[in-house]
Write a protein that binds this ligand. Structure first.
Ligand code: UDX
Length: 431
């Protein structure tokens, strides 16, 4: 099939490349010339494992092309909207400017029989409001939320856990079945539903995941007061299959381009619908999450004897999670900035995110390696659980720092081994 993908960010670029690798002819469209130039040359404009290989595989085959001109979508039959829906600058709601602009730019190129497929995360009711404009061209709209995780985006796109189609006709459903024929043939669970359900599925899933993380982080707060161990608690409740151990890792909390802004936008939308009370708990989820960042800063202050002022602190990690260069709403970057704001001499290192962090946080000092970050540090703060950090040998590292103090903001280190090597170790929710 001939597909267009409007928006070539973390979602769209991977979607375009994955669809091409499945045999479709795809044109990826974005207004950002630099991004399109990189993709057209077969280079990934951001770090995502597996994406460079997909781009190389299809490069030069004509199967996957990129353009800044939406007219390039004119001979495609299915058009994916994969633009961002960031938080509004002056409020908690979602900014739909890019979705509206994408649809407006596409309208003159739509033909009867085309299918426009919304993939962006939007407030419930968005599809209903976009549909008349699209239907006036003879085309149709479907809402098909995307559940990919950064770092696993290629796998999640090619082998999704489930497919959700919000459709108004059998024809739209059949077209989506053709697009996803490989996943459909593999027996991927499929939910065929209406627009509002499809939209809500996505925001509900992200709200649930955020709630699970904040729940365990709330338990971490109690563990810190009572001397309990939150990682053992998570293991013990996680053995209950109804609860499950996944997403129960207590630490510095969730960040990224999705969970934080999605729970805020979801709550704002509920308020607009007169259902604010239904999602009032999401405010607590957000607050618990943000308190964890502060907790790391407080711990560093305590461990350094009451002040971080002019103390050299190595911050390991800037990305919101490992295997990503994304620093949007990153707890790690927030901790580094917070410590720096208190006058600490922060030296931060991340295997992939430094270039992005440098742009938004020029006030920080960046190291070229873990070793350089650790040199003469009076405290080490691990805030993104990259393998490289998890595998640090406490005995080797002990000689690089000036004081053996470590805060394990992700509870991923073997604390006995670190203590045996003479370190003062502090985890989150476990002493
Ligand atoms: C998330 C959803 O998982 C995905 O389905 C959706 O499409 C987009 O949002 P992503 O933002 O890529 O994906 O990251 P995810 O792996 O969900 O992690 C989100 C944040 O939660 C990270 O900061 C991570 O460190 C944190 N997290 C995750 C925890 O703090 N504890 C956990 O147990 C799990």
């Amino acid at each position: 099939m001939k597909l267009s993908v409007i928006g070539c960010g973390y979602l769209g670029a991977v979607h375009a490349a994955a669809m091409a690798s499945l045999g479709h002819e795809v044109v990826g469209i974005d207004v950002d010339q630099a991004k399109i130039d990189a993709l057209a040359e077969g280079r990934a404009p951001f770090f995502e494992p597996g994406l460079p290989e997909l781009l190389t595989e299809t490069h030069g085959s004509g199967q996957l092309v990129f353009s800044t001109d939406v007219a390039a979508a004119a001979d495609c039959q299915v058009h994916f909207i994969a633009v961002g829906t960031p938080q509004q600058v002056d409020g908690p709601g979602a900014d739909l400017r890019f979705v509206n602009a994408a649809v407006d730019s596409l309208l003159p190129h739509l033909k009867p029989g085309d299918l426009v497929v919304g993939k962006s995360t939007v407030p419930v009711g968005t599809a209903d409001s976009l549909a008349p404009r699209i239907e006036a061209t003879g085309a149709e709209l479907a809402w098909n939320p995307e559940f990919l995780r950064e770092g696993f985006a290629v796998k999640d796109t090619i082998e999704p856990d489930r497919l959700v189609y919000g459709v108004r006709s059998e024809r739209a459903r059949n077209l989506l079945d053709q697009v996803y024929s490989t996943a459909v043939a593999a027996g991927t669970p499929l939910v065929v539903t209406d627009y509002p359900t499809a939209e809500l599925v996505k925001t509900a899933a992200n709200a649930f995941l955020a709630t699970k993380i904040s729940f365990i982080n709330a338990m971490a707060e109690l563990a810190e007061t009572t001397g309990a161990d939150v990682t053992q608690l998570a293991d013990a409740i996680g053995y209950d299959k109804r609860i499950g151990r996944k997403f129960l890792n207590a630490g510095v909390g969730f960040g990224g381009g999705c969970l934080p802004k999605d729970i805020r936008a979801f709550r704002a939308r509920a308020e607009e619908l007169g259902r604010g009370e239904s999602l009032a708990f999401l405010r607590e989820i957000d607050e618990i999450n943000l308190r964890r960042r502060q907790r790391v800063i407080t711990l560093a202050t305590e461990l350094l004897g009451g002040s971080v002022y002019q103390r050299r602190i190595a911050v390991l990690g800037l990305a919101f999670k490992p295997n990503s260069d994304d620093i949007r709403d990153s707890p790690a970057a927030d901790v580094a900035v917070g410590l720096n704001g208190l006058g600490a001499e922060v030296v931060a290192y991340d295997p992939e995110a430094i270039e992005n962090a440098r742009r938004t946080h020029p006030q920080l000092t960046y190291a070229a390696s873990t070793k350089e970050a650790l040199a003469d540090a009076e405290a080490v703060v691990l805030v993104t659980e990259w393998d490289e950090f998890k595998q640090l040998d406490p005995t080797v590292v002990a000689d690089q720092v000036s004081q053996r103090v470590i805060i394990d903001g992700r509870n991923v280190l073997d604390r006995e081994a670190w203590r045996a090597a003479g370190w003062r170790y502090a985890g989150l929710g476990r002493s």
